[in-house]
Ligand binder design. Structure first.
Ligand SMILES: Cc1cc2nc3c(=O)[nH]c(=O)nc-3n(C[C@H](O)[C@H](O)[C@H](O)COP(=O)(O)O)c2cc1C
Length: 391
């Protein structure tokens, strides 16, 4: 690991975020860091963790807490999986391969987005615990071929993201000229170029890697989708409940519905026979104004009981956040920006550092809580401020 990533320079995920901000042009940093509209949900995603407090069992010796668990039939060394992040290859040339390899080194899994810059086969070669996140871009025929490819490559589960009826309105992307920069004509780009030129290390890596993103896993009838066509393709083929039966016939492994925000939708997913639901609001990037994701978790856990596994994401920045989600009934969590900041700052080393920060946070917190294993965490280890839950 590079010296600049080690303690005391990088102590927490906020430090990795600052390192990413220094390396990336505004348009790329804000794409990663930003969220939808007024970013109300994004702020609540992180701040709502403060409304859940630990209740430790003290004077208990826990020399080596066990942070391993099992989810979707796969043993993982940590109760976290790396979440799908579209356009990861724009953050760093190793992009999805760095995330997959970092997860493998930590003994855990990675979920590859359809909107990814490395082929699903190359990402699978880095890690045997890989899952595929499916958008139906390009329509059913194109998706059928992608599902088949993912199965043949050895992906272990399919994540269907249901919160993307249309791309969220991320105002910073508009102000920074994201679509002008993605498009071909040079003239509209000029206004935005000075900030990009002010980040030569990122720019050199980006150009050496071939420049504008290619999407080898989003294949439509005419070949790989162009980055400029993604938003329209997403909207015209958003995943609906009616698609589930068709997908079930094509994919024999576990199916996870990602983007659950109410107990009602969780029950609907269970009725359709899914293996897991992932409580998530896409890190506040889609519908602004929904509650912080953690507020919804208790109601979803109560609604599904033992009928399927419950995963959780949105807002995790510390190991203690992960433990709070497990106390509220999540089997494991997905982390998004937390590892992506590391990847953007330093590729594979940055992913490793992000995971190590979260791992050591969890080990220390379990010792302080007096709990020997993440699998023993429950509501008895926490108390919630009045009004915390969204039902
Ligand atoms: C830059 C960025 C791109 C994302 N792309 C996808 C995607 O392609 N598919 C998807 O299901 N979720 C996507 N997400 C959502 C994440 O998988 C995850 O739900 C979210 O990041 C969790 O919130 P957190 O970043 O606060 O941990 C993206 C998130 C970010 C930040």
């Amino acid at each position: 690991m590079t010296r600049s990533l080690a303690s005391p320079h990088i102590l927490n995920i906020a430090d990795l975020r600052a390192a990413a901000r220094a390396r990336l042009p505004d348009v790329v940093f804000d794409y990663l860091d930003g969220a939808a509209e007024g970013e109300t949900t994004h702020r609540d995603n992180t701040s709502c963790f403060d409304e859940v407090m630990f209740r430790p069992k003290l004077a208990v010796k826990i020399p080596q807490p066990d942070v391993s668990t099992r989810v979707l039939g796969t043993g993982i060394a940590l109760p976290l999986i790396l979440a799908p992040i579209g356009y990861s290859r724009m953050l760093h040339p190793r992009g999805e391969c760095a995330a997959s390899a970092g997860a493998a080194r930590a003994g855990t899994g990675y979920i590859l987005s359809t909107i990814s810059g490395h082929s699903l086969e190359a990402v699978r070669a880095e890690n045997e615990k890989v899952f595929f996140q499916l958008y139906l871009m390009g329509g059913r025929e194109a998706s059928e071929a992608t599902i088949d490819r993912a199965a043949k490559a050895g992906y272990r589960a399919l994540f269907l993201t249901i919160d993307t009826a249309v791309a969220g309105f991320r105002e910073k992307d508009f102000r920074n000229g994201m679509s002008q920069l993605m498009g071909k004509p040079l003239l509209p780009k000029l206004k935005y170029l000075p900030n990009i030129l002010a980040h030569p290390r990122w720019l050199a890596g980006f150009l050496r890697d071939g420049g504008m993103p290619h999407l080898p896993n989003a294949v439509a009838a005419g070949g790989p989708l162009r980055a400029t066509d993604v938003a329209a393709a997403l909207e015209s083929a958003a995943v609906c409940w009616e698609d589930l039966e068709w997908i079930r016939n094509l994919w024999k492994g576990p199916i996870v519905i990602k983007g659950i925000q109410t107990a009602d939708d969780a029950r609907r997913a269970v009725d359709l026979g899914v293996s897991a639901v992932a409580v998530s609001n896409h890190g506040g990037r889609q519908l602004d104004g929904v509650p912080g994701s953690l507020r919804v978790l208790p109601a979803v856990v109560d609604a599904v009981g033992e009928q399927c596994e419950v995963l959780f994401d949105s807002g995790i920045r510390r190991g203690a956040d992960i433990l709070k989600a497990l106390c509220l009934g999540a089997k494991a969590v997905l982390v998004g920006r937390a590892y992506a900041y590391g990847m953007a700052a330093a590729g594979d080393d940055g992913v490793d550092r992000a995971i190590e920060i979260l791992r050591s946070d969890m080990v220390r917190t379990l010792k302080l809580l007096g709990c020997p294993t993440v699998r023993a965490l429950g509501r008895g280890h926490i108390s919630m401020r009045p009004g915390f839950r969204a039902d």
